[in-house]
Each structure stands twice: as structure tokens, then as C-alpha cells.
Ligand binder design. Structure first.
Ligand SMILES: [Zn+2]
Length: 305
């Protein structure tokens, strides 16, 4: 009997340590589009925050501050960032106007980081916090190793930690079709696109769990990247529920980055941003890209039209 209790205790503790973890990161605040009017942007952000609160998800949003400055709307647009902090979420820097480091001179890009963090830093400080994280637009970490090392030294000197990504599911592809369906009032198409997005995303989690087993040799806390858009306003809840059903708990970026997997070397240099799991597997980025789950061909066909 005593042995059985010991075995049960071990089994329970193993289950606890094997809890899957993920941090949800949402880029392109205050809007990834395509709708640009203030009322719509406010509604999308409100839905994203309400859903995060409902599922108790500590989301971090990455801001393009250039989107705050519109004639007559500046205060309302800035209020959206305050709403994020009031909801208990975190904010990070995603540059002022979303250039790629791949084809932007380094000095201009650094200026984009400095200019892009002014207001967000001030509201974070007002909320008793501070700016800590930087997310590269397009996940482009530089055109060559020299530029990259120089930029990363700049980030560190400015107090920024890079926000990596392990899972993304091309939500911008689905969002484009979803937004078209919204404009056409085609609720059946909205449902098909939304549900296909959710299933593709959950499949990408399964895939990246397997990739982590191969590349890192064990499970790691994942970092999911998506964007603040109408698709996610309506379907992040289904993704959160799907992740809960898979045994995930939602954690902060700070907690995820405590895992030493995130200090592995990123070997990837190139125009296109890819998962950090692929970057850690030197020489195998193409192999992984060729074998990862494809987007539903019908969705892809419509997107490419
Ligand atoms: Zn972005």
C-alpha cells in the first residue's frame, strides 16, 4: 500500500512537471487591419482583452506606436494601450512603423525602436511596470551576422529582451479571407475560415511539440504569435479552449524565457522569419519548413487569388 502511495505521488508530480505551457503574444497593436476606423479597432481590442480575461490568459501585446497618431483620434488610440494594462496585460515594442531589419539601414532601424517605445514606456511606467521586450517585425533578426550582433547589443543596452516565437499559424492568411467575408456579410464563410484557422493552429501546436522533442530533446514552454485583427477577436477564445483541452496552462513571457531552451543559439540568417525551434536546429530550417503542416489548400487558393 505504501509503495502504491509513493508511486501515485511520483505519477502526480510527474504530471505536474509535465504541464504544457504557452505564452500568448499578439503583434501589431493597436491594429493589424485590414479595417482602419477607430470604432472597429476599439472593438477588436476590447474583444481580445475580454477573451483573455475570460480564459485568464496573461497576454503580451507588441505595439507599433505609429498607429497611435491619427488626427483627432490620438487620445482614444492611446487609451487602447491603457486598456491593455488596466486588464493586467503586458506591452512590448514592435518598432514605430513595422520595417524589416532585412532591408532597413541599421541606424534607421534603431531609430524605429527608440521612437516606437516612447509612449508605451511611459504608460508602462505609469502602471508601475516597465518596457522589457522587443519583437522583430516579420521576425527578421537581420540580413547578416554582423548587423544582427550589432543590433542585439543595442537592444541589450536599451534594456530590451528579444521576444522569440515557437508557434505561429499564418493568421494573416486566414484574417484576409475572414475580413473579406465580414465585408460581404458572409457569415457561413466567416465560420469556415475561423474554424479552419483554429484547427490549423492547434495542429501547429502538435507539430511544434514534436519538433521540440527532436530539437531540444524535451517539451518546452511555447510562445505563440498572432495579430490583433478581427479573426483573432472572434476566434482566440476557441484557440484558448483548444489549448486548455490539450493540457496547456497560460504563462507570462518572463516565465517562458526562464526555460534554458531559450538561451540556445539562433543560427538563422535570412529574409523570412521562422520559428525559434527551427533556428536552434543548425542547417535544418528548410527541412522543417518543407515538412510542417500545410494550410488547407482551399484557404491558400482563395488567399492567393
Ligand atoms: Zn508585426
Amino acid at each position: 500500500m505504501k509503495q502504491l502511495i509513493v508511486l501515485l505521488a511520483v505519477a502526480i508530480s510527474l504530471k505536474v512537471t509535465a504541464q504544457k505551457q504557452v505564452v500568448i503574444t499578439i503583434d501589431d497593436l493597436i491594429s493589424n487591419g485590414p479595417f482602419r476606423d477607430l470604432a472597429h479597432i476599439q472593438q477588436v481590442n476590447r474583444q481580445v482583452l475580454d477573451t483573455a480575461l475570460k480564459y485568464d490568459v496573461p497576454v503580451i501585446g507588441f505595439v507599433n506606436e505609429g498607429k497611435l497618431f491619427r488626427e483627432g483620434e490620438e487620445q482614444d488610440r492611446k487609451q487602447i494601450l491603457k486598456d491593455w494594462l488596466e486588464a493586467g496585460m503586458d506591452l512590448g515594442n514592435h518598432t514605430y512603423s513595422h520595417p524589416s531589419l532585412y532591408n532597413t539601414p541599421l541606424d534607421d532601424y534603431k531609430e524605429e525602436v527608440l521612437k516606437g517605445g516612447i509612449y508605451t514606456s511611459s504608460v508602462l511606467e505609469d502602471a508601475g511596470s516597465k518596457m522589457r521586450y522587443f519583437r522583430h517585425p516579420y521576425l527578421n533578426t537581420g540580413p547578416d551576422s554582423t548587423t544582427r550582433a550589432s543590433f542585439e547589443a543595442f537592444l541589450a543596452a536599451e534594456g530590451y529582451t528579444i521576444a522569440p516565437v515557437t508557434v505561429e499559424s499564418s493568421d494573416y492568411v486566414f484574417n484576409k479571407l475572414y475580413a473579406n467575408a465580414v465585408l460581404e456579410g458572409d457569415t457561413a464563410e466567416m465560420k469556415v475560415v475561423g474554424e479552419t484557422y483554429v484547427s490549423h493552429t492547434l495542429r501547429m501546436f502538435d507539430w511544434m511539440e514534436a519538433v521540440a522533442d527532436t530539437v531540444v530533446g524535451r517539451a518546452i514552454p511555447h510562445t505563440y504569435l498572432c495579430h490583433v485583427n478581427p479573426l483573432n477577436a472572434n476566434y482566440l477564445g476557441a484557440i484558448y479552449q483548444g489549448l486548455i483541452d490539450k493540457g496547456y496552462e497560460f504563462i507570462t513571457l518572463e516565465k517562458a524565457l526562464e526555460d534554458e531552451a531559450y538561451s540556445k543559439t539562433d543560427y538563422h540568417i535570412g529574409q523570412w522569419g521562422v520559428s525559434w525551434l527551427y533556428r536552434w536546429d543548425k542547417g535544418n530550417v528548410q527541412k522543417w519548413l518543407m515538412t510542417e503542416p500545410a494550410i488547407d489548400p482551399e484557404i491558400l487558393r482563395k488567399y492567393q487569388e
